[in-house]
Design a protein around this ligand. Structure first.
Ligand code: TYM
Length: 382
């Protein structure tokens, strides 16, 4: 089991807390022991949903574990719960949002209950610069983003770890007793100097995957949508599942949304290359206009040689986040390659779309303030 792939000179590092270098997703999937999503699986989901979500069709969600098993069980009348989450260490960016947009699609398609875990504890333990109060402020702001996406109120339970620890602790303890230090050390790369809280924490992130089974007293399958950086947690969770008599949770993994800089995933630690859901339209425009692109150094070269949409975050955003339609996307790719479209034009287009998206999302965030508590586990119960 390995979560950190260090790739010699071109270093590829993927852990829940660090993603670095150029990511080779096929290799990652092989080394993590996951499976690439086949067309057949994609069609099975689409059949239930009534359409293929572009994030699936365009391959942002690319890999899985036991998705076929979950679908088979569903077809045999055994519904599953969804489980995803957020570590609130700052504002939400568009990279987080795509996972949740896709989770909402799955919730609607399968009429599934969703556990959404807010790991205020995790972020407190790994970010010495923040107080718990600061983390809680981020958390409530982040919850507004989740609610703004329109999850089904009746079927969504937001777990905030510190407040709701009583609901998780029993299951977490059972998990913790089955995982030894050498395993978490190998999986997460923990060091002697790490605090003891973070060493226990994987048991807390594992717990929601088993919560429904524990509550119902029978096996309830669980599907976890997340980017592949969270996979180390699921390997531990799956390892202990059968020892505790719970079903192994299934996963569906996404690739990372890149930042607006030259390389690396979109990450709050580089705010200038990140579009936050709370950025004003003007700020988002400025970030996009300053972004790295797949274009040539000069206008003349761009017209002569064309650009490379495959390494261009501007193209990536248009394709994966703001979801231009298929025809538009094919045309843009071709025009970029032939130098018919210049980077400035693409940036302007994307900035306009992003501004429209942010204005709408921010309005929904405001509305979410009125019904925030209705989504919280502490208010709703199970
Ligand atoms: P966090 O807050 O780092 O990330 C929240 C979710 O966003 C995904 N993600 C991204 N997806 C695409 N592109 C990116 N650039 C990008 N950056 C982050 C993450 O994979 C995650 O799905 N420990 C977790 C919180 C958590 C959780 C869970 C996440 C608790 N339980 C269950 C997923 C599923 C965390 O800190 O996520």
């Amino acid at each position: 089991m390995k979560s950190t792939l260090r790739n010699g000179k071109d270093e590829m590092v993927v852990t829940p807390w660090e993603v670095m270098g150029e990511i080779d997703y096929d290799r990652l999937s092989r080394e993590f022991g996951t499976h690439i999503i086949t067309d057949e699986l994609l069609q099975r989901i689409a059949k239930k949903a009534g359409y293929i979500h572009p994030l699936l069709k365009r391959g942002l969600f690319f890999s899985h574990r036991d998705l076929d098993v979950i679908l088979d069980e569903y077809d045999h009348g055994k519904p599953f719960v969804l489980y995803t989450g957020r570590g609130p260490s700052g504002p939400v960016h568009l990279g987080h949002l795509v996972t949740w947009i896709f989770t909402k699609y799955l919730q609607d398609a399968f009429n599934a209950k969703l556990y959404f875990q807010m790991t205020d504890d995790e972020k407190f333990l790994i970010n010495p610069k923040y107080t718990l109060t600061e983390i809680h402020n981020f958390m409530y702001e982040n919850i507004l983003d989740v609610i703004a996406l329109g999850f089904n109120k009746e079927k969504t339970k937001i777990i905030t770890d510190v407040k709701n620890i009583g609901s998780l602790y029993e299951v977490a303890l059972k998990v913790a007793r089955k995982v030894n230090f050498s395993t978490v050390k190998a999986v997460f790369g923990f060091k002697e100097s790490d605090n003891i809280g973070i060493i226990f924490f994987p048991a807390i992130q594992a717990a929601p995957a088993f919560l429904e089974s524990a509550l119902k007293g029978r096996s309830v399958p669980c599907l976890i949508p997340a980017a592949i950086d969270q996979d180390p947690y699921w390997r531990i969770t799956r390892d202990v599942a059968s020892k505790l008599g719970y079903p192994k949770p299934a996963q569906i993994h996404s690739k990372f949304l890149p930042g607006l800089g030259k390389e690396g995933k979109m990450s709050s630690s580089q705010p200038e290359t990140c579009i936050f859901t709370t950025d004003s339209p003007e700020v988002s425009e400025k970030k996009i206009m300053n972004a790295y692109t797949g274009g040539q150094a000069t206008l003349e070269e761009q017209k002569k040689l064309g650009g490379n949409p495959d390494i261009c975050p501007i193209f990536f955003y248009d394709y994966y986040v703001l979801l231009s339609d298929d025809k538009e996307a094919i045309q843009l790719r071709r025009k970029c390659r032939t130098g018919e479209v210049l980077c400035g034009e693409c940036k302007k287009n994307l900035a306009e779309k992003t501004k429209r998206f942010l204005v709408q999302h921010q309005k929904k965030r405001e509305d979410a303030k009125n019904n925030l508590t209705e989504y919280l586990l502490e208010r709703n119960g199970f």
